[in-house]
Design a protein. Structure first.
Lengths: 231, 172
């Protein structure tokens, strides 16, 4: 067994492990590049949940309130949030991933395990076989330690990069969702009537909500943070 | 493997509509206002304007007159002030500690360490023009470089203040 082979196995494992996240970030990257989508510097991901609720609220007020792009953006923001949560859960303990998923899938460690098992199962092992077994067990532990260092370095790097890329995708799509929601709301007669006194922007809607929710400190802080996005 | 929606030409038209609306939005106006002063303010140097807009909030131009209290000792606030014109006196428990002049900043320790104001700042000239703002760390994920640069610039300003204090102490 050599470390280069193990490194290749680690690389291939990571590619497979992060496949669904890479697919989502690649899809967004292609869309952003080909159509010049804007990725804001403000953290719109903060208002994602609020906007999703608002979208449902608007649909309740006006059952005809429908725009295919808005629906796609709604679906994508929910999907991206799910992916972010799943990435966080799947990557919070690299040691467990290494032990429970990488090692059983590694051909190199599989072969080593077989060798050790074969020697252990000998009924009357010779002194030489006993020494070989002991050396193999020691070598296996040493290689595992080296492999884990390489594994965790790559795993952390990939997880951090993908988290950032997923957040960028969520941020951009939330931004478009936010702006398009209000463009469409203005087109609806029912919503125009409803929003006449409040205003046609998330900022004005939050200020309106903040007014009647001010006793709930948690919501108050959340809304204050959201408002900073809109300056 | 398609996990996200497929966007058609009609969807792209909607995105372009958003871009058009954005050109005339309040945010663009706020960015223009910020850009008009960015070059004049040392702590904003070397920061991408788009990111600068995201990391500061409550940006205000303030005009104070003689004896106006700009910062009150022990108050809690997160504003950082930059003197554009005029002078201010710094005092603690009634004792004058020093004078702040154009180009200097104050209030940064309250903003960075979220601590109570450790001194009062009072307008010493007939009139003082100031710029105040707060730092927004909510956008750290997308503006880490800008925030790091802002804090580095603030550290530079604090260091300059300390050097002045040291110099004054040696000269005594």
């Amino acid at each position: 067994m050599n470390i280069t082979t193990v490194e290749n196995e680690i690389y291939e494992f990571n590619v497979a492990f992060f496949l669904k996240y890479v697919a989502a970030t690649d899809e967004f990257a292609q869309l952003a590049v080909s159509h010049g989508l804007y990725i804001p510097k403000e953290n719109y991901t903060l208002v994602s949940d609020f906007l999703n609720k608002l979208f449902s609220h608007f649909k309740t007020l006006d059952p005809k309130f429908f725009n295919p792009t808005l629906k796609k953006l709604y679906f994508d923001t929910v999907r991206l949030q799910q992916l972010l949560l799943s990435l966080e859960l799947e990557t919070q303990n690299p040691k467990t991933v290494f032990q429970n998923r990488f090692l059983p899938s590694s051909p190199s460690f599989g072969m080593l395990k077989k060798e050790i098992a074969k020697l252990k199962n000998r009924s009357l092992p010779s002194l030489e076989e006993k020494q070989t077994l002991s050396a193999l067990v020691d070598a296996s532990e040493t290689i595992k330690k080296i492999a884990y260092r390489r594994f965790s370095a790559l795993f952390y790097k990939d997880a951090k990069y993908l988290r950032h890329k997923l957040l960028e995708a969520l941020n951009s799509k939330t931004f478009y969702f936010d702006r398009l929601l209000w463009i469409e709301a203005r087109k609806s007669t029912v919503l125009s009537q409803h929003l006449k006194e409040i205003g046609f922007s998330t900022k004005e809607y939050i200020l309106h909500s903040d007014d009647f929710l001010k006793t709930y400190t948690k919501n108050k802080n959340y809304f204050q943070n959201c408002l900073r996005i809109y300056k | 493997m398609s996990q996200l929606s497929t966007y058609l030409p009609e969807d792209i038209k909607n995105f372009l509509l958003v871009h058009q609306e954005e050109q005339n939005s309040e945010q663009s106006k706020s960015l223009k206002k910020l850009l008009s002063v960015q070059d004049k303010i040392s702590i904003f140097k070397n920061i991408n304007p788009e990111e600068l807009k995201a990391i500061v909030y409550d940006l205000k131009f303030i005009r104070a007159v003689h004896q106006d209290v700009i910062i009150k000792e022990n108050d809690e606030s997160r504003d950082i002030f930059f003197i554009i014109e005029g002078e201010c006196h710094v005092s603690r428990e009634g004792n004058k500690l020093g004078t702040l002049r154009p180009g200097e900043i104050f209030g940064e320790s309250g903003a960075i360490f979220h601590s109570k104001r450790n001194a009062s700042v009072i307008c010493a000239s007939e009139e003082v023009k100031l710029l105040s703002f707060k730092i927004d760390e909510n956008n750290l994920e997308f503006c880490s470089v800008a925030l790091a640069t802002l804090y580095k610039n603030l550290a530079h300003e604090i260091n300059a203040k300390l050097e002045d204090i040291n110099y004054a102490y040696i000269m005594k």
